[in-house]
Design a protein around this ligand. Structure first.
Ligand code: CMC
Length: 431
C-alpha cells in the first residue's frame, strides 16, 4: 500500500513542527488536512478562501487552468449539447444520468409540483411593485418553509428528496410571478403540458388574453443558460447555502440565503451589471476610456463579465454561451445589434490588452448570457433571477450532499483578532 503523503509545518522559534496528512482528490489538487492544527493553538488565515477547500464534494469539478467544468464527471460542453436541464438536475442530485423510466418519473414528480400554495400569492402584495425581483425572491422562496411542515426533517432522505423536487418545480413559478407582479399583470398558472423551460416562458410572457408561442431556438438557448448555470462548485452562494444548512436550517431557508448571496454584482448580479456597463459605455468610441478606467486602481470601475476566481483560462461556459449568443442574434436578425457590437469590440480590445492578459482576465459566462437574455426580451432586473432558477438545483444538491456527509459539522470559522486589548468600562462622564 502506498504511504500517505504528509506535509510538515515547522516554526522559526523552535516550537516542534506538525505533520499534516495530505488527502488526494480524484481530480485536481490534493489538500493538506489541517483539522488537527487547532490543537497547537494556531489557526490558518485565508480571507476569501483563496487557499482553502471548505468541504469534500463529488458533484462538480472545475479545472481553472485548462478551463474545464464537469458535472458528476461529464464535461459541460457535452451536457450543453446533448442533455436537457431536467436531466442535468437528476444527474446533479442523484449522481448518475437517469434511465428513460427514471427520467419520466422525475419529470412527472416535478410537473405535479409546479403550482404554489394559493396563500403564497398574497405574499407578493406586501412588496412594492417596483421592488427588485431578487428582493422578492429572497422573501418568497424563504417563505416556502412556512408551507411544508410535513417534510422539514432534514435527517430523513425522503423529506430531503421532496424538498428538492418542490424547489426545482416552484422556483420558476415564483420567479415568473415576481415579474408579473412588477409589471402589474395577473399571475399565469403553470401549464404542465409544456416542457420546463417553455413553461417558464409561458408564465413570464403569456397573459390570460394571449398565449405565448415560444420559438424552439430561443427555448433551446434558455435551456442552455439553465444547464450552464446549474452548479459551480463552492462559489459564494453555494458556500452560503452550505454554511446556513450546517446549522440544521431547512432547505427553503438555505436556498433563500443562497439567492441573497447570488444577488451581488461580483457573483450572479454580473450579467445585469454587464448590460448596465454596456449602456454606460454607450458607444464603441468610448471603449478605450472605459478600458483605462478598469485598469486604474484609484477607480472602482471594473469590466463586468471579465475575470473569475477559479478560471485563469477561458471559462468553458463562456465558450458555449458565445456560440449561443450568435445563434440567437442570428435567429432574431439582430446581428447588428448596437450592444452586441459593442460587447464584441470590448472583448477584442480587452483580450489584446497586457493588463487583462497578464491577469488572465477572460470574458466569463455572464458577459454573453446578458446579451442572450436581452435578446429573449427578459428584462434586466430578471437576469439574476434566471441565474437563481438555474442554480437552485446546484444549491439543493450540495446541501443534500452536506447533510448526508458523516463528517458534517456546523460551519464555524475562526478569526485573527486585531481589535483592542482588554480594557475597563469608563463612565460616560470620564470618556
Ligand atoms: N476588471 C478589471 N480588473 C479586474 C477585474 C475586472 N473585471 N477582475 C479582476 N481584476 C484585477 C484586480 O484588480 C486584480 O488586479 P491587481 O492584481 O493588480 O490588484 C486582479 O485582477 C485579480 O483580481 P481579484 O479581485 O483579486 O480576483 P478575485 O478572484 O478576487 O475576483 C471576480 C474574481 C470575478 C470577483 C472579479 O474578477 C470581478 O469582480 N469580475 C467582474 C464581476 C464578474 O464578472 N463576476 C462574474 C463572475 S462569473 C459568474 C459566477 O460564477 O458567479
Amino acid at each position: 500500500m502506498e504511504k500517505q503523503r504528509t506535509a510538515t509545518l515547522s516554526f522559526s522559534d523552535g516550537t516542534p513542527g506538525v505533520e499534516l496528512p495530505i488527502i488526494p482528490g480524484t481530480l485536481g489538487p490534493d489538500v493538506i488536512d489541517i483539522r488537527n492544527l487547532a490543537k497547537t493553538g494556531l489557526f490558518t488565515y485565508d480571507p476569501g478562501f483563496l487557499s482553502t477547500a471548505s468541504c469534500s464534494s463529488g458533484i462538480t469539478y472545475i479545472d481553472g487552468d485548462s478551463g474545464q467544468l464537469y458535472y458528476r464527471g461529464y464535461p459541460i460542453e457535452q451536457l450543453a449539447e446533448k442533455s436537457s436541464y431536467l436531466e442535468v438536475c437528476y444527474l446533479l442530485l442523484h449522481g448518475e444520468l437517469p434511465t428513460q423510466d427514471e427520467q419520466d418519473k422525475f419529470e412527472n414528480e416535478i410537473k405535479r409540483r409546479t403550482m404554489v400554495h394559493d396563500q403564497l400569492m398574497s405574499f407578493y402584495k406586501g412588496f412594492r411593485r417596483d421592488a427588485h425581483p431578487m428582493a422578492v425572491m429572497v422573501g418568497v422562496v424563504g417563505a416556502l418553509s412556512a408551507f411544508y411542515h410535513d417534510s422539514l426533517d432534514i435527517s430523513n432522505p425522503a423529506h430531503r428528496e421532496v424538498s428538492a423536487l418542490r424547489l426545482i418545480a416552484k422556483v420558476p413559478t415564483i420567479a415568473a410571478m415576481c415579474y408579473k407582479y412588477n409589471i402589474g399583470h395577473p399571475f399565469m398558472y403553470p401549464n404542465n403540458a409544456l416542457g420546463y423551460v417553455e413553461n417558464f416562458l409561458h408564465m413570464m410572457f403569456a397573459t390570460p388574453c394571449e398565449q405565448y408561442a415560444a420559438n424552439p431556438k430561443l427555448v433551446k438557448a434558455l435551456e442552455r443558460i439553465f444547464i450552464l448555470h446549474a452548479d459551480h462548485e463552492q462559489n459564494a452562494s453555494t458556500s452560503t447555502v452550505r454554511l446556513a444548512g450546517s446549522s440544521g436550517a431547512n432547505p427553503f431557508a438555505c436556498t433563500s440565503a443562497g439567492i441573497a448571496a447570488l444577488w451581488g454584482p461580483a457573483h450572479g448580479g454580473a450579467n445585469e451589471a454587464v448590460l448596465k456597463m454596456l449602456d454606460e459605455i454607450g458607444d464603441i468610441s468610448q471603449i478605450p476610456k472605459f478600458i483605462s478606467r478598469a485598469k486604474d486602481k484609484k477607480d472602482s470601475f471594473r469590466l463586468m463579465g471579465f475575470g473569475h476566481r477559479v478560471y485563469k483560462n477561458v471559462d468553458p461556459r463562456a465558450k458555449v454561451m458565445r456560440e449561443t449568443c450568435y445563434e440567437v442574434l442570428d435567429e432574431l436578425g439582430l446581428q447588428n445589434d448596437r450592444l452586441f457590437e459593442m460587447a464584441m469590440e470590448l472583448e477584442r480590445v480587452a483580450l489584446q490588452d497586457d493588463y487583462f492578459v497578464e491577469r488572465k482576465l477572460y470574458p466569463n459566462v455572464d458577459f454573453y448570457s446578458g446579451i442572450v437574455l436581452r435578446a429573449l426580451n427578459v428584462p434586466l432586473n430578471m437576469f439574476t433571477v434566471i441565474f437563481a432558477i438555474a442554480r437552485t438545483i446546484g444549491w439543493i444538491s450540495q446541501w443534500n450532499e452536506m447533510i448526508s456527509d458523516s463528517d458534517r459539522k456546523i460551519g464555524r470559522p475562526r478569526q485573527l483578532y486585531r481589535g483592542p486589548e482588554r480594557r475597563d468600562y469608563k463612565a460616560r462622564s470620564e470618556r
